[in-house]
Design a protein around this ligand. Structure first.
Ligand code: PEP
Ligand code: MN
Length: 359
């Protein structure tokens, strides 16, 4: 871990004295779409242009990317705008082709980071292509496993790749969540304390899954001193072939970036710690509410079953059992008995009320 931290080459990001902004469409669709989007991005605020060429789709029968010809369009963007260009790679062939078209930044997607075989294949291919000077950005794995994420960085480092960075794009959640991928600021704070030198970018587009939440997530990222953002932009977001709901126009992006620059200037350093704790508490509260909603939904189903089977709603033995288990668990986690008792009485009352309302 120490080796990883001390070997990181930050020159690619440190040379900008402003946040590093990587923007462009989720997917490359046509030459016209790529060139128009790139030309409408403001180069005073944006350093690199992104477009997915090979798209990892959860389900088959969706648009899976334009493939190799998209790399030619990215190459044109690089020559005509001077922006660096970036795409996602998920296997050795992607690496080879991207390098041959002069792609500057390769990012590894969340699904790939979760697979050590895939990471090893990418690292080997980078070595084979003599491409260890490229900037490689590693998105967090789908699930919050920090070791797996760090392991991916170590595999790349072992092949001499030092221009590394990571992207926080949120984590899969099975619960009701207002996010497409739940952010985990606390995990990222731990990540930073383990690896303080690695640049951290945030991808509010894939965290939110909509346009409306992007600015708020970007503000939080700046608050935690992330060094940049990856935000999806498209010349015609409503007609995008993938992730249409979350893409914004280059002009909307510029407005956001201007607001963020202003906020950064006004950010009171003295209040920063207080606000950090508030963000972490708000995140936990959101999770608690999602869990409460899930618990009450199960209570409803349980209530219907009890009704149809003619079983009494209130089951004293089961209630005693829940309380006993919760008190023991609470104690082992340092929570007072009185508090657990109060919370579980409320939960139980609400659950009984919900079950009684079922006809
Ligand atoms: C993307 O950036 O378009 C993408 C597929 O991201 P992720 O790997 O974060 O899902
Ligand atoms: Mn996308």
């Amino acid at each position: 871990m120490e080796k990883l931290n001390s070997s990181i080459d930050r020159s690619w990001i440190d040379k900008w004295n402003q946040p590093f902004i990587l923007s462009g469409p989720c997917s490359a669709e046509s030459e016209q779409q790529i060139l128009e989007t790139a030309n409408r991005l403001n180069p005073s605020y944006v350093q690199a242009f992104r477009a997915g060429i090979w798209k990892p789709r959860t389900k088959p029968n969706n648009f899976e990317g334009i493939g190799k010809k998209g790399l030619e369009w990215l190459h044109k963007v690089k020559n005509s705008t001077g922006l660096m260009v970036a795409t996602e790679v998920a296997n050795a062939e992607h690496v080879k082709l991207s390098i041959s078209f002069g792609i500057d930044i390769l990012w590894i997607g969340a699904r790939s980071t979760a697979s050590p075989f895939t990471i090893q294949e990418i690292a080997d291919a980078l070595e084979l292509e003599g491409a260890n000077n490229k900037i490689i950005l590693v998105k967090n794995p789908i699930h919050p496993d920090m070791e797996l994420w760090i392991g991916a960085l170590e595999r790349l480092l072992r092949k001499g790749i030092r221009k590394l960075g990571v992207i926080h794009r949120g984590f899969y959640t099975y619960k009701n969540s207002k996010y497409r991928n739940q952010p985990n600021w606390n995990l990222l704070l731990n990540f930073r304390s383990l690896l303080p030198r690695i640049p951290i970018l945030c991808d509010p587009s894939h965290i939110c899954g909509n346009k409306e939440g992007i600015l708020d997530i970007a503000k939080k990222a700046y608050h935690f001193q992330y060094e940049g953002l990856m935000i999806e932009s498209h010349c015609d977001p409503d007609h995008a072939w993938s992730d249409a709901q979350q893409q914004i126009t280059p002009e909307n992006l510029l407005e956001m970036l201007k607001e963020l620059t202003y906020i950064e200037k006004c950010d009171q350093k003295s209040e920063r710690h207080l606000d950090s704790f508030r963000i972490l508490i708000d995140e936990l509260d959101e999770n608690l509410i999602a869990l409460l909603s899930e618990r009450m939904n199960i209570s409803k189903k349980l209530g219907s079953l009890k009704r149809s089977s003619d079983i009494a709603i209130f089951q004293p033995r089961r209630w005693k059992d829940i309380m006993k288990k919760s008190l023991t668990l609470g104690k082992s986690l340092g929570i007072s008995e009185e508090f657990i008792e109060g919370v579980f009485k409320l939960l139980h009352q609400e659950s009984i009320k919900i079950q009684n309302q079922i006809k």
